[in-house]
Design a protein around this ligand. Structure first.
Ligand SMILES: [Cu+2]
Length: 245
């Protein structure tokens, strides 16, 4: 995509029709100021900032507002990031939080805070795992060595689900509730920028990041065709229909 197209889309994303009310305007100003501060420090390293707005269209064409758990990230750039450790609690027959993002190599702990047995498993490609059964006060953990979307379930309770987003560079950020986002310290050049949301999947756009300065883009996700789907258990079979969940 040419720069002109990127600029056109950016302009569309920040058009007066999409920024409404003092709250949105304030958020926009805050992000621009924050980006400016980062750029002063990043100029010597040759890094740019990607800012913008992401929208999620629901069934019927309505925009989802406010946004929650929408990740924006640069794809296709591999930069090592120190692994982290995060926890997803099993509590009240739920995984909490429902969505987390971690760098490659990070560990996710699954403490079971319920007095009943739970399991955590995934069959998401190379990140597949199975922690078997355990209950309070035990906790088990798994490391994720490949980038991607890891869907986590409990083999006993089909209503329990979580998602671990694994990224192989540091250029990712959650969109704000109003859809705005800012990625700082991005290497200059042509990149693929993606947005992800659970019900909408992914949208992508090509961006040309300047060696210092800022590029603005708009990303549009569509969750209009989302239908809740049953998932299989860890054996690839349906959950037992007679079980009490
Ligand atoms: Cu469970």
């Amino acid at each position: 995509m040419e720069l002109a197209e990127v600029a056109r889309r950016a302009a569309a994303g920040f058009g007066p029709g999409l920024i409404q009310g003092p709250e949105c305007s304030r958020a926009f100003v805050t992000i621009v100021v924050a980006a400016g501060i980062v750029l002063v420090g990043a100029q010597g390293a040759g890094a740019g900032t990607v800012t913008g707005r992401v929208s999620v269209t629901q069934r019927g064409g309505r925009l989802l507002q406010p946004l929650q758990s929408v990740l924006v990230f640069v794809d296709g750039v591999r930069v090592r990031v120190d692994p982290t450790q995060v926890s997803i609690e099993m509590k009240g027959k739920k995984f909490l939080p429902h969505v987390v993002v971690v760098p490659v190599g990070s560990t996710v702990r699954f403490p079971n805070l319920d007095p009943i047995h739970h399991n955590a498993f995934s069959v998401s490609g190379p990140n597949r795992f199975d922690l078997e059964l355990y209950r309070r006060p035990h906790s088990r953990a798994v490391s994720f060595d490949f980038p991607g979307v890891v869907r986590v379930f409990c083999n006993i309770h089909p209503q329990m689900s979580a998602i671990v987003l694994v990224r192989d560079n540091p250029y990712f950020a959650w969109a704000q509730p109003d859809g705005t986002f800012a990625l700082t310290g991005v290497p200059p050049g042509r990149h693929t920028l993606k947005a992800w949301q659970e019900q909408a999947g992914e949208a992508s756009i090509e961006v040309i990041v300047p060696p210092d300065g800022e590029v603005r883009v708009a990303l549009a996700l569509a969750a209009s065709r989302y239908r809740p789907a049953r998932h299989k258990n860890k054996y690839g079979r349906d959950y037992h229909p007679a079980a009490h969940y």
